[in-house]
Write a new protein. Sequence first.
Length: 255
Amino acid sequence: MLLSGSFILAFGLYNIHSQSGVTEGGVLGLILLLDHWFGLSPSISSLVMNAACYVLGLRVLGWSFIVRSGVASLSFSAFYAILERFPRLWTGIAEMPLLAAVVGAIFVGGGVGICVLAGGAPGGDDALAMSVGKLLRCNVQWVYLAADIVVLLASLSYIPLRRIAYSLLTVVLSGAIVSFCSADSLATLSVPADVVPPHAVNPVITMAAVNAAHITFVFTWGKFHLLIFSFLLLHSFLEPRQGFGTGRRNRRRSC
């Protein structure tokens, strides 16, 4: 399950997010930003950033969760590196940002959700959020929110403001899909959203706590994100359609 989830995530990021101008929050959005500006392959940047987050979260999450997440992260990097050897599919999706936001959220949410069911996470966001939340003694959902806002604001350096609205939509949808995938674990364990298990050794209990925070985050901020999305989408009709560039690396290839 870890391998299949990692492949689905890599497939979605490569064929949809990287060429549509629709991004994600957290580590996923950051690796897309680095890919655009510096031509740094997500197969490399994700591995480095996830490793740093896992080291930071080791004491909080426990070895069992870290090992499973490490397998998922390595698999994602390997699959993305393989996909980069092939032409992208659906090259016209850059002209359909709403479709890209929905389909991209399905791939990201489905891929991460499958990994969650297997007791791991392909991204370092969870490890980082739980570690920072414990360090600052704040609810994990606020750490998720802060990470998403910082990355989305940084993404304005290459994505138009109106296109960021679609990114807000995909963040909400993908988060909801991940939460849906882990609903059974949460229903049986009933772990509160503000609980961060110290020195957790059971990956299922650990992920239940993580995704309880995800659920709270999705439903608390979902309406806020969708409101901004609706407002910016309305304004987008006043602006002519423009294609979206896929980054310096890809522009150099076309020269």
